[in-house]
Design a protein around this ligand. Structure first.
Ligand SMILES: Cc1cc2nc3c(=O)[nH]c(=O)nc-3n(C[C@H](O)[C@H](O)[C@H](O)COP(=O)(O)OP(=O)(O)OC[C@H]3O[C@@H](n4cnc5c(N)ncnc54)[C@H](O)[C@@H]3O)c2cc1C
Length: 389
C-alpha cells in the first residue's frame, strides 16, 4: 500500500514570527502528518532585544544568533537556506533567488521589515542596527574610533524611539569620555509610544550619561563626516560627525509589495485575526510584515512579543485549517516594556510599575534568556552565564 504523502507547510522567515511558529508546529504535529520547512536567507536566528548587549560585549554573538541547523537539530523541521523572491499563490510555488523553487500546501509569510533610509546620504554614510552584520560593522567602526588619536569624537543617533535611546546609552558606556553622543528626533519627546514612567527613567539615564538630546529637529542630509539639521525655529545647523547611527524607518521588502494580495499603504500584508491573508485561506502571515487588527480591534504592534504570542495561535490554526476545524482568533496582550540604557542599567515596566538600574537589568536579561527559541540553547546560555560569572 502506498503511504499518503505529507502536506507541506513552508514558513518563510525564521525570526520571532516564523521560527517560533515552526517550533510550535513541530510540537503539535505529534503524528508527523506534515512536512514542516523553514526557509531563511540567513543561517542564524537573531534575538534582537539583546542585540544592544553585543555593542558592549555583555553578550556573545552565539548567544543571540544561534545557527538554525543547531536550533532545529532535535526537531523534524527541514531548514532551507535560501532567499525567497516571489510566490505564486495560484500554483502554490515559492521561488528562490537562485532559480530554484518549492511547492507548498500551506505557507507562512514572516519576513519582517528592512531598514528604510529616508534622508539623502543616510544609506551610504549612516549605520543601521537591525542585523548581526550591522553589529559586526559597528563593532569594527567603534574599535577604529576607540583607537584613533582623536581625543573626542561625535556620534549622532538618529531617532529617539526605543532603538535610538538604547543604542545611545550603550555607545556612551562603551566609549565613555571619548564620545560626545547626540540623540536627534523630530518629535517632541523621546520614546513616544512608551508609558510616562519609562520615558522619565530613560531621560534621566541619558542625562546622567551626558547624551545631548535634540528634539523637534529634522535631519536634512548626512555626509561622511557632516550632518545637517533644521530645528523647530527653522534654524539650520551643521556638525562634524564621526559616526551616525540610523534607527528610524522600516520598509516592506519589494517582492512582498508586489504580491497580488491585500496590503496597506506601506505594503504590509492585511490579515484576519486568524493570521490568514484576506485573499488566500492557505496563506498565513505573522510579525512585522503584517498590518494586523486583533479580535478586540486593537492594532497589533510590530514587536517581538506580539510575534511570539501569535506564533502559538498561528501554529494551531494551520493544523485546524488542514483538518477543516474552526480557527482561533488572536488577541494581543501587552505584557509590559523592557529596555536597556547603558551597561547593567535597564528599565522594566509592568502593570504601571517601573523600575530601573541593576535589578531591572537582571530581570530583563533573564526574562529574555528564558525566551530563547529552544530549551537546549537556553541551557547553553544559562551555563555560559553562570560559569562566566
Ligand atoms: C535592535 C532591535 C531591538 C529590538 N528590541 C525589541 C524588544 O526589546 N522587544 C520587542 O518586542 N521587539 C523588539 N524589536 C522588534 C522585533 O525584533 C521585531 O518586532 C521582531 O523581530 C519581528 O519578528 P518577525 O518574525 O516579523 O521578523 P524578524 O524577526 O525580523 O525575522 C524575519 C526573518 O525573515 C528572514 N527573511 C527576510 N527576508 C527574507 C527572504 N526574502 N527570504 C528568506 N528569508 C527572509 C530574515 O533573515 C529574518 O530571519 C527589536 C528590533 C530591533 C532591530
Amino acid at each position: 500500500m502506498q503511504s499518503k504523502s505529507k502536506q507541506k507547510i513552508c514558513i518563510i522567515g525564521g525570526g520571532f514570527g516564523g521560527l517560533y511558529t515552526a517550533i510550535e508546529l513541530n510540537k503539535l504535529d505529534k503524528k508527523r502528518e506534515f512536512e514542516i520547512i523553514l526557509i531563511d536567507q540567513n543561517q542564524h536566528f537573531l534575538f534582537t532585544p539583546l542585540l544592544y548587549e553585543a555593542i558592549t560585549g555583555e553578550i556573545s554573538h552565539w548567544e543571540i544568533a544561534p545557527k538554525f541547523r543547531e536550533i532545529l537539530e532535535k526537531t523534524t523541521i527541514n531548514f532551507i537556506n535560501q532567499k525567497v523572491i516571489n510566490i505564486n499563490f495560484q500554483e502554490q510555488i515559492i521561488y528562490f533567488q537562485d532559480n530554484q523553487y518549492i511547492d507548498y500546501n500551506y505557507a507562512v509569510l514572516a519576513v519582517g521589515q528592512k531598514s528604510y533610509f529616508a534622508i539623502e546620504g543616510a544609506e551610504k554614510f549612516a549605520h543601521s542596527f537591525k542585523t548581526l552584520e550591522d553589529v559586526l560593522r559597528l563593532e569594527h567602526k567603534i574599535e577604529m574610533l576607540a583607537n584613533s588619536p582623536e581625543e573626542k569624537f561625535n556620534v549622532t543617533v538618529v531617532g529617539a524611539g526605543a532603538n535610538g535611546v538604547e543604542i545611545a546609552g550603550k555607545i556612551t558606556d562603551k566609549l565613555k569620555d571619548k564620545a560626545n553622543v547626540i540623540l536627534v528626533d523630530r518629535g517632541q519627546e523621546i520614546l513616544k509610544n512608551f508609558p510616562k514612567g519609562v520615558q522619565k527613567c530613560a531621560w534621566k539615564s541619558l542625562q546622567k550619561r551626558n547624551v545631548q538630546i535634540y528634539l523637534e529637529t529634522n535631519i536634512d542630509k548626512i555626509e561622511n563626516h557632516e550632518i545637517y539639521f533644521t530645528d523647530n525655529l527653522e534654524q539650520h545647523y551643521e556638525i562634524h560627525v564621526n559616526l551616525t547611527l540610523w534607527t528610524v524607518g522600516n520598509a516592506t521588502p519589494e517582492w512582498i509589495y508586489k504580491l497580488n494580495c491585500s496590503q496597506d499603504e506601506q505594503g504590509k500584508l492585511l490579515i484576519k485575526p486568524t493570521f490568514q491573508l484576506f485573499d488566500f485561506d492557505n496563506i498565513f502571515a505573522i510579525g512585522d510584515v503584517t498590518s494586523f487588527i486583533d479580535k478586540k480591534g486593537q492594532k497589533v504592534p510590530a514587536k517581538a512579543q506580539a510575534a511570539f504570542q501569535g506564533s502559538h495561535i498561528l501554529a494551531k490554526n494551520i493544523i485546524a485549517f488542514s483538518q477543516q476545524k474552526k480557527l482561533k482568533l488572536f488577541r494581543y496582550h501587552h505584557l509590559g516594556d523592557m529596555m536597556t540604557i547603558g551597561i547593567n542599567n535597564d528599565i522594566v515596566s509592568v502593570a504601571g510599575i517601573t523600575i530601573s538600574g541593576f535589578f531591572a537589568s537582571v530581570i530583563r536579561k533573564w526574562a529574555y534568556i528564558f525566551r530563547m527559541p529552544t530549551f537546549n540553547h537556553c541551557l547553553e546560555v544559562v551555563k555560559h552565564r553562570i560559569f562566566k560569572g
